[in-house]
Design a protein around this ligand. Structure first.
Ligand code: UDP
Ligand code: MG
Length: 325
């Protein structure tokens, strides 16, 4: 078996403070892995500059001149972490057998890549890096992340618990990912949808090496909302549910207040007023829920997600086409 060509894709947004160290650690990791014949000499690092306003791009460019294994892509504007990552994965896949995505701040333990490669050699095509504990995160981040995973689960979205975007994917898996051509791609939700044999590897997450988080609360919330609305029509269903609840409340109230009315205990007009408020409210919400169901359908259609992804096909070739050895 020949050693696979690995590309490590690193999205960077204003990371000048951390980049020199990140580059140093990742290139020496490449040296080690190549030395041990775990990866091919053609393996590369691909830094994606996500429209940074600091020295990020000059740093990447300069390093590329010194070391042929360091490549760079500069996006014309800040497209966001997920899009930057995709840009890198799609650009590198043609030259790689497997691709690892990792943040520029090296919070994720890079020595785990060795384990990713071992799993890849075992025939797994998607290897998720999962954080063992979150001691290094602030209390707020820890709790908000828990809530995020719980809400996602409640909304019926499959995501891997405590897995950020630190993962290995085979070239085929990235090819399949490219078929999901929705413009708002939420990777942590889509990768499990791609399928293929997958497994998880646990690691400890460290502190950011330098610089500040590029995910302030505003971006975190919009990321979470994106995740939910890209995968789930449950919020729309909740409207119908509220409608039905309101409708039944109106029936109960109606019955109860008519009873009060006939026993002469209420003001004139009050019974009919309060019952109609709940009744009309309920009917309106139910109607909105129905419209919502259709919108949900349209929304799903507009994504044009692939209906399936083929894993093995012996129809044309006669040989199982799979990367499992
Ligand atoms: N990032 C990016 N574009 C953005 C925001 C972040 O490419 O608009 C990159 C950033 O440079 C880093 C990764 O995404 O490599 C994760 O960001 P960060 O470490 O700040 O997030 P946190 O770990 O605090 O959630
Ligand atoms: Mg980070």
């Amino acid at each position: 078996m020949t050693a696979p060509v690995l590309t490590i894709v690193i999205p960077c947004y204003n990371e000048e403070e951390v980049l020199p160290e990140t580059m140093r650690q990742l290139t020496s990791l490449l040296d080690e892995l190549t030395g041990e014949c775990l990866i091919s000499e053609k393996s590369k690092l691909l830094f994606v500059d996500d429209g940074s306003k600091d020295m990020t791009w000059p740093l990447i460019y300069k390093k590329g001149l010194e070391d042929y294994r360091v490549k760079g892509i500069k996006l014309a504007r800040n497209a966001g972490h997920q899009n930057a990552l995709l840009a890198g994965l799609f650009a590198a896949k043609a030259h790689s057998d497997c691709l690892v995505s990792i943040d520029a701040d090296l919070q994720d333990d890079i020595s785990v890549i060795r384990e990713f490669l071992a799993r890849f050699a075992d025939g797994y095509e998607v290897v998720y890096g999962v954080r063992r504990e979150r001691q290094t995160d602030t209390l707020f981040k820890k709790h908000s992340a828990q809530v995020f995973y719980k809400v996602m689960k409640l909304m019926g979205v499959t995501i891997v618990y405590n897995h950020a975007d630190y993962r290995l994917m085979s070239r085929r898996a990235v090819d399949a990912l490219e078929q999901f051509n929705e413009s708002n791609l939420f990777l942590r939700g889509v990768v499990p949808l791609v399928g293929f044999r997958s497994t998880t590897v646990y690691y400890d997450r460290k502190e950011r090496l330098a610089g500040e988080t590029k995910y302030p609360l505003r971006k975190m919330l919009s990321f979470a909302l994106d995740g939910i609305t890209s995968f789930s029509v449950t919020p729309i269903r909740l409207i119908s549910l509220m409608g039905f609840i309101s409708f039944f409340v109106s029936l109960l109230f109606g019955g109860y207040f008519f009873f009060l009315k006939f026993s002469g205990q209420t003001e004139t007009g009050w019974t009919s007023l309060i019952t109609s408020i709940w009744l009309i409210g309920g009917l309106q919400l139910i109607a909105m829920g129905f419209i919502g169901e259709y919108i949900g359908k349209i929304y799903k259609e507009t994504k044009r997600r692939p209906k399936f992804v083929v894993d093995i096909d012996t129809y044309n070739l006669g040989i199982p086409k799979t990367s499992s050895k």
